[in-house]
Each structure stands twice: as C-alpha cells, then as structure tokens.
Design a protein around this ligand. Sequence first.
Ligand code: HEM
Length: 399
Amino acid sequence: RRLLGTAGAAGAAGLVVGGAGGAFATQAARDRPAPLTGVGTRTVPFHGKHQAGIADPAQACGHLLALDLAPGADRKAAAALLRRWSATAADLAAGDVPKGDDTGVALDAGPSSLTVTFGFGRTFFDRTGLADKRPAALEPLPSFTADALDAKRGDGDLWVQIGADDPLVAFHALRLIQKQAGDTARTRWQMNGFNRTPGATGKPMTGRNLMGQIDGTNNPKPSDSDFDARIFVPEDSGDWMAGGSYAVVRRIRMLLDSWDHLSLERQEKVIGRRKSDGAPLSGGTETTPVDLNKIGEDGSLAIAGDAHIRVAAPESNRGAAMLRRAFSYHDGFLDDGSPDAGLLFVAWQADPRRGFVPVQRKLDRGDGLSRFLRHESSALFAVPGGCAQDEYVGQRLLE
Ligand code: HEM
C-alpha cells in the first residue's frame, strides 16, 4: 500500500489546503488527498548493485546506530534480522507502509530521500562463526596521537546508517529498525546528525559544517572515471563484499570556542580555502582545481604547508582518497560551556588501508585543523554490496 494518495496522506492534504485556502477551504477540499510535492516525494531506490546512502547526497537528518548481537544470537538469527531489516528499509524507501507493526510516525510524509545502509563490524564475524570470511580490510584502525576515544561509543557488531530529508521520516526508520532488532541485537551506541535542508539556499550548493566552511567540494564524484575503483570493492572480485564499501565512522568534536577566536584570515589559512565561497586560496572559484605549488604575492605558498586541503589531498598521500559523507551533530553544551558539537565523519572507500588510514596518519602529524578537533569515537564497518528485490543485504555472507 502506497502512502501517497491514500487516507494516510489526508493529513498532509488538509495542511496544504488549510494553508492556501484558510477558513474558506471547504470540508470536501480538505478531505481530498493532495499529491505530495517537493522534498517529500524524492526516493532513493533501496535495491541495486551498491547499497543506498553511499554515493547519493547526504540528507538533512542522519541517525547512526551500532548494535551488538545478543548472547546466543547466531548466524541464522543474524540472517533473519538482515532479512527483516532489508524488507522494511525497501518498503520505507519506496514510500510504502511497512509490513507488520507500524508506529505511524511518518504516515503523512513521502519517503523524503530515505536511505538505510547496513554494515558489519570486526566482532560480528567471531560471534557468528564466520571469522574465516572476515575481510583483511577490516583490520582495526591504528591509534592516532589526537585520539581521545570512548570505546563505548565506538565499534559494534552491526551498523545502520539512516538518512532522510525529514526528521520524522528518519526517526520512523530508526525506531522500526531498533524495534525489529528484538532479541537478536541490542543497541550499543547511537548518534544523531544533520545537514542543510534541500531548498534552504537560493540554489543547490555544497553544504557547510559547524565551523562555517563549505565542506565536501573536493570529494570524488560519481561521474569521475575512477570513482567506483576508489569507493567500491570490485564487482568481479568474486568476494561476498563485491560491490560493497568500507565505512570509517569518527565522532569528531570541534573546539568551536577556540576556532571562533581565530580571525577569518587565519581560519582560511588553516583550511586553504575561502570561507565565503569555498574557493581555494590558490585562486579561482569553488570548483577550480587546487594549485598546491602556487606562490602568493608575499613569496610564500598560497596554500600553507600545513593547510588541511594540502595535507589531506590525494597528491600528498600517494593517491589515497575517500568519499566524505558526513552529518554535523550538536548534543548541547559541556560542563565548561563549550558546544558538544562537530562532525559525524563518515568516510567511504574500497579499502581503508588505502583511504582513511594514510590520510589520517598524515593529518595526525600536524595539519593546521587538527588543533581544533578531538576524535571522540571510532568505528570501521564492512558494508556489503546492494541486493536485488528478492534478496537481503548481506545474503552472500550469511546464507
Ligand atoms: C577537505 C573540513 C576532517 C579528509 C576538507 C575541506 C574542509 C574540510 C572544509 C575543504 C573542502 C572540501 O574539499 O571538502 C574538515 C573538518 C573536519 C575534517 C571540519 C573534522 C571535523 C577530515 C578527516 C579526513 C579529512 C578526518 C580524513 C582522514 C579530507 C580530504 C579533503 C578534505 C581528503 C579533500 C582534500 C582535497 O583533495 O582537496 N575538509 N575535515 N578531513 N578533508 Fe577534511
């Protein structure tokens, strides 16, 4: 049963008509379901060769949920859970009312670009007797000097990333996924994040993070010829991870009180781009290729030696690249009055040993930005390829 055009959509219709026609709207007009427009209508297909929620734009609301298998839950129980979860995620992404118990939280809304993405952590393979299937790329991330990690908010047997352009749609998916875990898996940690809402700016543009920078400009693009090779495990690898990707998840708190004290000029030097429009300090507009060799009028490098974009660039790291698809977070204020805010950094790559790890090693040795950041939690997940209509995510591993 589709949500659109059913009684479930009448609430939305009433709102639209009430808003447009005010007190003069007739009861009949109020009761007539109106088609959804705008943000609510957008769908991202759940089925496909890759899972949704990787190569498509990050949505306005994000929930990250890690779970541990309950004692006694085995491979079969995990397979049944992934089957349940995949069916629900597919229904929700298509705008259908999910089968089974529903909470009704998102009844009036369309799918709003909902994506639900599933991954497996290192420990999953031991708990399910699948240690021989654990990919080498899932080796633990090394520790870095700037780490201040809280183990309780890191890792996990299972991981679910939920994104939607409407907060109720996103929460609805989160709650169903969490309820369906039932006796099989228990929540280990959960984090909530956000991005700019589509339509909030005059024209579509790269989003900003909580430091105010335009963030995401030099990400690999799906139209790049080497995008798939950088982000996804080759489809012909013959491996259960074929078409999959690896997600590095880091909760990175921004030391915003210190950052906000910097002059605009210092802030721009730390990154190597202008704050207003994201243009590189070597010149041009946001999309102009960065010239790391450009010498400024004062005879020094236009993009400083420790600028974040110089230290993180593939050119500085033997081609290492990743797709950063982050959500900002704000969880109130700490005892010292500073914001508990920053980035739920999610980086996607075909192999973290050739993506996140070398780049973070280099950044950790002293890029200008690291002084204003604290990495507070860390996790790495193997995210299998997408599934077909009659399959579930992870089936090639679990059946
Ligand atoms: C670029 C901010 C953490 C890797 C950028 C840019 C900004 C930024 C503003 C320039 C625009 C763009 O190309 O996206 C931040 C903030 C961080 C953070 C605020 C933490 C809160 C990290 C981490 C990594 C990373 C942990 C990887 C380990 C990169 C890469 C680029 C980049 C690869 C593109 C460099 C290029 O090729 O031009 N970041 N970043 N960033 N960042 Fe970060």
